[in-house]
Design a binder for this molecule. Structure first.
Ligand code: ADP
Ligand code: MG
Length: 683
């Protein structure tokens, strides 16, 4: 990198800033407003101020206890009032230059000095002899040896040099009001004096939005192109007669919901085509996704092929395997379980059965996609809780059967329109109703003071024959003894729930132990399960009618909704007791209170959008897995649809992106496709 020495260049490179491109896209982390000088009244402790004054001589002396640090201090005369200014670490731009009697601007936080006066510690300084300062000054996150001013200068030079060559994805023809990438970067690195400071500070300025929109445009283009491509990929047409699948439906102990039937119709048509199916099945917790997946697996098997279902935890994989045996066992399909705990002879037997094709349906965890596994004829791969898996997992699943159809399932509560845009490369089926006979789960918010009352409810429920979950945040006492699984179980046993049969479960138990406890709970040998959030995904015990979640403020709304979904799975009325810790603040309580009104995943998602709380809408992991650097799914959720429409319009005009105007789009799409998509890329 030109203009800086090798040491600084190396430090920047260590932060991922190696090329001119990296440099200009390293956006300011914060901004400082230097536009207004603070009045004398604003000089109150705690305020961040910009004050003009005359700076007396600065003296330096060694700091006690530090061999190399020197304390620098001086007095600033602000309209007759003396304010002490102190630096523990003299900024590079002041080294060797210690003014005396000069008019300066000083920016920093006012603190109380030991002698009753006020002081500003480690302020920024601007000499007025150099003219007025820049109104809004960017602050970058940088290695300590690279100064802010040096970096800003570097960026400004690089922007000027690269100028015309900085292009975006959106063709000029359809850009409208949106800034170009060059303009957006200029705006962000060197905001105009009249810029909206709050918007800049909150990452909502015109510049930020333009970068995000350009990226979204490229993303949506890539999704559409990917969708067209995969539609052309050869698959296995599953169009044999419905001998087993019809029988399976007939023997179900319940009638399908309307949307389950619709999803099954959509999948039937899709599977019958000679092209690969890439479908996402979205439905709220408890909407009955599993049975739809079982049906599709049977469909693959009756057509003479194999089917596999992968789940994120052993517990869930085992539950599916057992559920399949219960619901489809009589159909005479050979099925097997393959998880990390299946070892030795059982494992080799399963591997043989999969390779020979004798086993029709296999259920498992990551163990399914490990090297040793070969399948003779995989025609359908199902991925449950798909958002828990990464792009490479999905690719490996595909590798088990290169022509296989893929069905992904998720309860990620995102608004439907957002889902359609985010999964634009997939076909989506929605389960938007719950099975009949479900009574809504009554949700109440408590604080720790109410625990006795909560325990009373638990006891009543258990006395009435119900089963209960009790979710705590910790496994052992390292963090907070009282909120650990063991301590809680012991306390309940001694106190309110003396007569209940109490079990404990957490993520550090072996799979076999977890399995045993879970089975006891499912079969009714346990009344109460004290556990960590290991029960969160997918666990299905219809007899459970009450769940208590303590320290609930620790969880996002979506996660709470998942936890709540462990009950209300049968026809009995269920309850969810959300208990906030004693030190939870107002905001946290308010956030929790929304769980009372929001009974569906969609409502929870909307509340999340409204609150913009910890933004667990898609979960950090998920967002991180998208090739989107500047998009903020919550901030931009309305823009996503607009970007999709713009992308589709442009593709209609220039389907192969061959025109000159599409040059930028072409480059951006290539980059996106090379990265791969976590949300359902199946390349
Ligand atoms: P999820 O969509 O959260 O994965 P599941 O597939 O685990 O939900 O289904 C939740 C419960 O509802 C299961 O016990 C399942 O057997 C039951 N179920 C599914 N479909 C129906 C239906 N149409 N009528 C009644 N119960 C159903
Ligand atoms: Mg499920």
């Amino acid at each position: 990198m030109a203009g800086i020495g090798p040491k600084r260049a190396a430090a920047l490179e260590a932060r991922g800033i190696a090329t001119a491109g990296d440099l200009i896209f390293h956006l300011p982390a914060r901004y400082q407003d230097w536009r207004e000088r603070s009045s004398a009244e604003a000089l109150r402790v705690g305020n961040i101020v910009v004050v003009e004054g005359e700076l007396g001589k600065i003296s330096e002396r060694p700091m006690r206890g530090s061999r190399w640090r020197r304390l620098a201090s001086g007095w600033l005369n602000v309209g007759g009032r003396q304010i002490r200014v102190v630096w523990f670490n003299l900024p590079a731009y002041m080294r060797g230059y210690l003014p005396g009697g000069e008019r300066v601007l000083v920016r920093g936080r006012v603190a109380a000095a030991t002698d009753d006066g006020i002081e500003i510690v480690q302020p920024e300084l601007h000499r007025l002899s150099e003219g007025e300062p820049k109104g809004i000054r960017p602050v970058y996150r940088l290695p300590s040896i690279v100064g802010q001013r040096l970096f800003a200068g570097l960026v400004s030079r690089t922007l000027a040099e690269m100028d015309e060559s900085i292009g975006g994805a959106i063709p000029d023809d359809i850009r409208g009001e949106t800034l170009t990438i060059r303009e957006a970067l200029g705006y962000l690195h060197d905001p105009p004096a009249d810029a909206d400071f709050d918007a800049l500070a909150n990452g909502e300025s015109r510049g930020h939005l333009a970068l995000a929109f350009d990226e979204l445009f490229a993303f949506e283009l890539a999704l559409s192109i990917e969708r067209l491509r995969s539609a052309r990929r050869a698959g296995i047409a599953l169009d044999g007669s419905q001998s087993l699948s019809a029988k399976m439906l007939k023997e179900l102990p319940f009638a399908l919901t309307g949307s389950q039937s619709r999803a099954i119709d959509e999948i039937t048509t899709d599977l019958a085509r000679a092209n690969q199916m890439n479908r996402m099945l979205m439905g709220d917790v408890g909407s009955g996704k599993t049975i739809v997946a079982f049906w599709a697996m049977i469909r693959a098997i009756e057509c003479g092929h194999q089917a596999a279902m992968m789940a994120p935890t052993e517990l869930l994989a085992e539950q599916h395997w057992r559920g399949f045996a219960r619901m489809c066992g009589r159909l005479g399909v050979r099925h097997a379980l393959l998880t990390g705990s299946v070892t030795g002879a059982a494992r080799s037997q399963t591997l043989r059965g999969l390779a020979s094709g004798e086993i029709g349906a296999v259920f498992g965890t990551h163990a399914l996609i490990q090297d040793a596994v070969r399948m003779r004829g995989l025609a359908l791969g199902v991925i449950d809780e798909q958002h828990r898996f990464g792009v490479f997992d999905r690719a490996r699943m595909k590798a088990l059967g290169p022509k296989a159809n893929l069905l992904m399932m998720t309860a990620t509560p995102i608004p439907r329109s957002l889902a359609m845009s985010l999964f634009a490369n997939l076909d989506v089926s929605f389960l938007d109703e719950l099975p009949a006979g479900r009574t809504p789960i009554a949700t109440r918010i408590y604080t720790e003071d109410d625990l006795a009352q909560v325990h009373e409810s638990l006891r009543a429920e258990i006395d009435g024959g119900g089963r209960a979950y009790y979710v705590v945040p910790f496994i052992d006492g390292d963090e907070d003894e009282a909120k650990s699984v063991a301590a809680t179980a012991a306390r309940l046993k001694k106190g309110a729930l003396r007569d209940a049969r109490i079990g404990a479960m957490h993520g550090r138990m072996s799979a076999a132990e977890k399995d045993r406890v879970m089975r006891e709970f499912r079969d009714g040998a346990l009344d109460l399960l004290v556990c960590t959030t290991v029960v969160e995904v997918g666990i299905d015990v219809p007899e459970a009618t009450i769940i208590v979640v303590v320290a609930a403020e620790r969880y996002g709304l979506a996660q709470l909704h998942q936890l709540r979904g462990r009950v209300g799975r049968g026809d009995k009325a269920s309850r969810c007791c959300i208990v906030a810790s004693g030190d939870a603040d107002e905001t946290a309580l308010e956030r929790l209170a929304t769980m009372r009104e929001c009974t569906t995943g969609a409502a929870v998602a909307d509340a999340d959008l409204r609150l913009r709380g910890p933004g667990d809408l898609l979960g950090a992991r998920q967002t991180g897995a998208l090739p989107l650097k500047f998009v903020h799914l919550i901030r931009d959720h309305r823009t996503i649809e607009r970007a999709r429409k713009l992308a589709d319009d442009w593709l209609a005009r220039d389907p192969s992106l061959a025109s000159r105007e599409s040059e930028g789009a072409r480059a951006a799409v290539r980059k996106m496709l090379a990265y791969g998509f976590s949300l359902g890329d199946v390349g």
